[in-house]
Design a binder for this molecule. Structure first.
Ligand SMILES: [Zn+2]
Length: 106
């Protein structure tokens, strides 16, 4: 068992990469105006490795996970590089149900 925290995530996180067609911009330049990119469902992101487009349902969740992570990183950065301890504080705060079902089977 590598990380007990991973078990608390109900939704599997999918690694994403920028869409090749629109280069992550979610739109492509049409003749007269910009068009929603069809290769990534207008998100700018596809599955890393396979390059497959995600369904809109899946996209909402995966983009939310990414956004939450990005916001946490921004908040940490805004506090300044000297306050490295803040990142740990954040992760502890995110721990769900501390002490709830906390026995180990060894
Ligand atoms: Zn695209």
């Amino acid at each position: 068992m590598k990380n007990a925290q991973a078990h608390s995530f109900r939704k599997a996180r999918i690694e994403l990469e920028h869409c090749f067609t629109c280069k992550g911009k979610a739109v492509v330049q049409g003749v007269f105006y910009e068009l929603v990119c069809c290769d990534c469902n207008g998100s700018g992101w596809v599955m890393a490795g396979s390059g497959l487009m995600l369904s809109t349902d899946e996209l909402v969740t995966q983009l939310s996970l990414r956004l939450q992570q990005a916001q946490r990183e921004i908040e940490v950065l805004q506090r300044g590089p000297t306050l490295c301890g803040q990142a740990e504080y954040y992760q502890q705060n995110n721990r769900r149900g501390a002490g709830g079902s906390n026995y180990t089977g060894d």
